[in-house]
Design a protein around this ligand. Structure first.
Ligand code: SF4
Length: 799
């Protein structure tokens, strides 16, 4: 942990810099780009019934959007306002009225005809509801009836047959902590959270290399670093205000490099609304692009290191920070030997980049005195995600870009709550303040006053598979309690996920709105529990940003929805109903303040959280830099270089590697059918123009993308994607991914796959673009099992 404190916000220069403009034509006229002013007016209109409350949320609350982190309209990176359209889009979740009774208890098929965006528009879930097997409608029940039913189920099963899951939808640290404690109190370690499908490999890789599980630096380190690298990350789209930090960085001479298969337009140029010259003329962000193959990052980094070791042979010290390595890093010789044995042809084939281009990047980093690496799901969502991230850490260790100003490693998070989820113990491999190891278990048992089960809990993907185990299996999932989460729209192979959800005896969905997963049947019953948003919670709540800033979000005066309750309170209630006597002794926290006091004891890094109680209160755990001065929290204080072998992806003739990307959406919540940055519709398949020409498919023509896992029906859109690769929108592309394929260290599902692409024979679209379907013989496919076609085989609904 570092001793240096964050230096506070930086001031932007006042004079413009035309050299950074995208175009001298004002407002990007004629260009495909977001229309922030229109989006803002749209938000005002959508929240017109609750505008004062909406304003108070924006000016007093901590953003429930991405994990960049902002309290009110101010952050800790730059002076000036901090607001984006993602936050504005999410506002309606907080200001919407309750779903009318008749809609909530409509025939289940009527609700099932709606997609998640339409369900979201219905409003807030106001009261507990139940739908027994065979019933056509949800029926209102009292909190007592709902909670007693869940408690009775808990008492009737082996705790290994119950599991919890928590999304990151604005959840607070207090909720994660209470869920983590409740799960263990009830005897189960099956508890997981949304980071399992985003950054679990980041935490795993950082831990094994340098002993930390979070960003080592702050956003202020971007500003003025020599090289800022975005790796499989489109921060401009997913963390929009990060573009303002990029602008500030460029004003101090930072070079921005993007490593991504697709030349994402949002990182090419962005019109930053709160910076007048940028709002008018745009800002060029990326200085250079390395369009690696999907799954080619390990080869790419091996190439960079191979070039560095060759430079070192010619002139020691010309590429590596030898002083830093000798003082702080182990494993140099093993890594050198591993890289020496690699063949440049293999590196070029795997990465999709030439030796010369790899050398350019290597030399740029070798010349840099400082560097920050930022990454996202482009690196993590692979069956070798931990190894991908390890390679980035290897680069930082070899160059000494760690534990000092303008240097660092940053897994940038997409959801406001997710950084705190594992730190609070809502994870099968974690407890508050530590890993699920004997030492931490003993420490937490002493604090909590009850015995924690010692068996290893399952990750959420395996939990869902456990629902399909034989009835007499000791881990067959019989009770699934999920706070948020829509697995039908986030996990690979939605058909299989549906079968899992339907095979669980009792499913509990604690949430603020309806989603499609809640409408699936269950063997016995589905219970819906209405939750309060973070802004409604008595005593407020805290959330932790990517840069480890723990912000306090106060309870905000405004309307309250029906019988909705604080989420931490619901978990506490459950614990007390299942084991009342033991809970009276051990589950005593009665308020958000008391929970924060307990967190400070349970998670030593969070000492300070107990003092947060007013709007604007915050602290950064770990100081400005983790591993300050190069000293890592590992047993010997040193970082570890780890040789990583190429995944050796071999493509069949004529096949493409496919991955997913995000458009106008916030995680799985889609807000528009067209991507404002490139105009692509959600059924569009992005492909390099020369690949399209070789296939004889023109822009806009209907295509079928298929493999042995499923089929996706869409339209071809040519775009600057690396050759041999293609991109589809997430989650629509999930029909093509295998289920049950997890990264071995962190358990993230595989979201990349080999596919073939064919022109569709018959494809039509209604003019309103609402329904699209394809009527043609099934494409040739080896071994495609009957029914293996995913949702894409059905008429595919788009917003
Ligand atoms: S960039 Fe992220 S934290 Fe900032 S306002 Fe937008 S959604 Fe919220």
């Amino acid at each position: 942990m570092g001793k240096t404190k964050h230096g506070g916000p930086i001031r932007l220069p006042k004079t413009p810099k035309p050299g950074l403009w995208v175009s001298p034509v004002p407002l990007g006229l004629g260009k495909v780009k977001p229309h922030h002013i229109m989006d803002t007016f749209r938000t005002v209109w959508r929240n017109r019934d609750n505008l004062p409350y909406a304003w108070r949320i924006l000016t007093q609350g901590v953003c429930d959007g991405c994990a960049l982190g902002v309290s009110g309209l101010r952050d800790r990176t730059l002076t000036g306002p901090h607001l984006c359209t993602t936050r504005l889009n999410l506002l309606r979740l907080n200001t919407a009225p309750a779903i009318p009774d008749d809609v909530l208890s409509a025939d289940i098929d009527e609700l099932r005809r709606m997609n998640s965006a339409e369900l979201r528009e219905l409003g807030r879930l106001p009261c507990p509801m139940i739908r027994e097997r065979g019933e056509r409608r949800f029926r209102r029940v009292s909190w007592d009836e709902a909670m007693n039913r869940i408690a009775a189920k808990f008492r009737s099963i082996d705790p290994k047959q119950a599991a919890f899951y928590l999304t990151a939808r604005g959840l607070t640290n207090e909720t994660y902590y209470m869920a983590a404690k409740t799960a263990r109190f009830l005897g189960t370690n099956h508890i997981d959270n949304a980071s399992r499908i985003c950054h679990s490999p980041s935490k795993t890789a950082l831990k094994r290399s340098i002993g930390i599980g979070a960003s080592s630096c702050s956003y202020t380190d971007w500003i003025g670093t020599d090289v800022l690298v975005f790796w499989g990350s489109v921060a401009a789209n997913n963390q929009p205000v990060s573009t303002k930090y990029m602008y500030a960085a460029k004003r101090q001479g930072t070079k921005i490099i993007v490593i991504n298969p697709y030349r994402e337009p949002a990182l090419d140029g962005y019109w930053i609304p709160s910076i007048p010259e940028s709002a008018l003329f745009g800002t060029k962000l990326a200085d250079d692009w390395y369009q690696v193959n999907i799954g080619g990052d390990i080869d790419f980094v091996n190439g960079v290191m191979k070039h560095w070791f060759e430079m070192e042979r010619r002139e020691p010290g010309s590429a590596l920070d030898l002083a830093f390595i000798s003082k702080h890093v182990n494993g140099l010789e093993e890594l050198r030997a591993h890289v020496a044995g690699l063949d440049w042809d293999d590196i070029e084939r795997g990465s999709g980049l030439s030796r010369e281009r790899i050398a350019e990047f290597a030399e740029l980093l070798a010349r840099a005195k400082s560097g920050v690496f930022v990454w996202s799901m482009g690196l993590t969502q692979h069956r070798f995600g931990t190894d991908n991230v390890t390679q980035v850490v290897n680069l930082a260790l070899l160059r000494g870009f760690l534990g000092r100003a303008k240097c660092g490693l940053m897994p940038i998070r997409g959801h406001s709550g997710v950084q705190g989820s594992s730190e609070m113990g809502a994870d099968p491999f974690s407890l508050p303040g530590g890993d699920f190891d004997p030492e931490t278990i003993a420490r937490i048992e002493k604090l909590w006053g009850f015995e924690i089960p010692k068996w290893q809990g399952d990750i959420v993907g395996v939990t869902l598979e456990n629902a399909l185990l034989p009835d007499d299996h000791e881990r067959r999932l019989r009770l699934f309690y999920t706070s948020g989460g829509n697995f039908l729209e986030t996990m690979p192979n939605p058909d299989r996920i549906r079968r899992s959800l339907e095979n669980i005896e009792l499913r509990v969905h604690q949430d603020i709105i309806l989603n499609t997963s809640m409408l699936a049947d269950a063997r016995e019953a589905v219970i819906l529990l209405p939750a309060k948003t973070r802004y409604e919670q008595e005593g407020g709540g805290t959330s932790t940003s990517t840069e480890r800033m723990v912000y306090f979000s106060p309870e905000i005066r405004g309307p309250r929805i029906g019988e909705a309750r604080e989420e931490w309170r619901i978990f506490l209630d459950l614990a007390r109903r299942v084991k009342p006597e033991e809970a009276a002794r051990t589950m005593k926290a009665e308020s958000a303040d008391e929970i924060r006091a307990e967190i400070a004891l349970a998670a030593p890094n969070y000492d300070g959280i107990q003092h947060l109680r007013e709007q604007g209160d915050f602290f950064q755990w770990g100081g400005a830099w983790l591993c300050e001065g190069g000293v890592c929290p590992t047993p010997d204080g040193r970082g570890r270089l780890i040789p990583i072998a190429s995944p050796g992806i071999r493509r069949s003739a004529g096949a493409f590697m496919a991955t997913t990307r995000r458009g106008k959406q916030f995680n799985s919540m889609v807000y528009g059918s067209a991507d404002p940055f490139n105009g692509a519709l959600r059924e569009d398949v992005l492909m390099h123009p020369e690949d399209a020409a070789e296939l004889g498919i023109a822009d806009g023509e209907a295509v079928v993308v298929h493999n042995r896992f499923g089929r996706f029906y869409g339209r071809l859109k040519t775009a600057p994607v690396a050759r041999g690769n293609l991109e589809l929108f997430w989650p629509e592309g999930n029909v093509l991914f295998p289920s049950g394929v997890y990264e071995p260290h962190a358990g993230i599902p595989e979201y990349n796959t080999e596919v073939k692409v064919e022109k569709a024979d018959v494809f039509y679209a209604r003019k309103d673009r609402k329904y699209r379907t394809k009527e043609a013989d099934a494409p040739e496919e080896d071994g495609l099992p009957a029914g293996a076609a995913g949702a894409g085989a059905q008429p595919c609904r788009t917003e």
